[in-house]
Design a protein around this ligand. Structure first.
Ligand SMILES: [Zn+2]
Length: 272
């Protein structure tokens, strides 16, 4: 496999009719994928996919917005998940530990803090679940897949206090000063198709050491150019890699090789 989609959700309801084809197209395009869970069901589904396909790996965890009453996304859970998103989930260490021990699980998450859609009193719930997932990652010796939105300061403070493992900051959306602090602490940064249609992150993409970057789609969201308007899928990560190379003014092939190498290192792929 030549490319790595470090963060994707083919476990979501958005792919219920054609998951197999989507995963097949990734394979044809030379894309290995990391399917990321957001709560118990999507985490279990990620493991099922990773068991079925050699080029698929899984990440399991509880997304910060799902620790309390949260926005309902039909792409994620379908119509049926409304009951769940109206109450949230308490992080169940025993359940996630069992899932996390699975050999095809390469990381813990997506976990972190999301202050975008949530109210102030949910911050404490998010912090608690985040710390518990860091402790799980420490115990299993597996890296963290971080989801951080409008909360970089609080998240940094927590990982510095608790994390003994490193990992990746998914969908990095901070400025270069913030990026530097995560990089200095040993965390990789991943970018999505967003960089194919905005220049907001060009500074970070250009200034970061290439060996600390990863490519991702975050499918079904943020479809890259030239597929805007269509549902996103892992095969399109090639466009994200191309955008990283273009922004940095580097050779596309060389960037692809290095990004794959980064994924192997960050997620210890050869051990899975
Ligand atoms: Zn995600």
């Amino acid at each position: 496999m030549k490319y790595f989609d470090a963060h994707t959700h083919t476990n979501f309801v958005a792919y219920k009719d054609d998951c197999e084809e989507v995963i097949g197209r990734a394979k044809e395009a030379g894309v290995a994928i990391n399917v990321v869970g957001t709560q118990k069901d999507t985490s279990a589904a990620a493991i099922e996919l990773a068991k079925k396909y050699d080029h698929v790996f899984a990440t399991i965890g509880l997304h910060p917005v799902h620790t309390s009453k949260s926005y309902h996304d039909v792409n994620e859970l379908g119509e049926g998940g409304k009951e769940f998103t109206s109450r949230g989930e308490v992080f169940d260490m025993a359940v996630y530990e069992r899932m996390g021990e699975h050999p095809r699980v390469i990381a813990i998450g997506e976990c972190g803090l999301d202050y975008y859609r949530t109210e102030a009193d949910t911050k404490e719930l998010q912090k608690k679940a985040f710390i518990e997932q860091i402790e799980l990652a420490n115990r299993l010796g597996k890296p963290l897949m971080l989801h951080i939105r409008n909360s970089y300061e609080d998240a940094l403070e927590i990982i510095k206090a608790h994390a003994k493992v490193k990992g990746n900051v998914h969908f990095f959306a901070g400025d270069w000063n913030t990026a530097k602090r995560f990089l200095e602490f040993g965390f990789a940064l991943s970018f999505t198709g967003v960089i194919t249609f905005t220049h907001d992150y060009d500074d970070v993409v250009r200034n970061a050491p290439l060996n600390m970057l990863l490519s991702e789609t975050d499918a079904p969201y943020v479809t890259p150019v030239p597929y805007r308007g269509k549902r996103n899928e892992p095969a399109y990560v090639t466009e994200v890699v191309r955008a990283i190379a273009k922004i940095r003014g580097e050779d596309n092939e060389a960037v692809a090789v290095q990004l794959m190498e980064n994924a192997r290192r960050v997620f210890s792929l050869s051990a899975h």
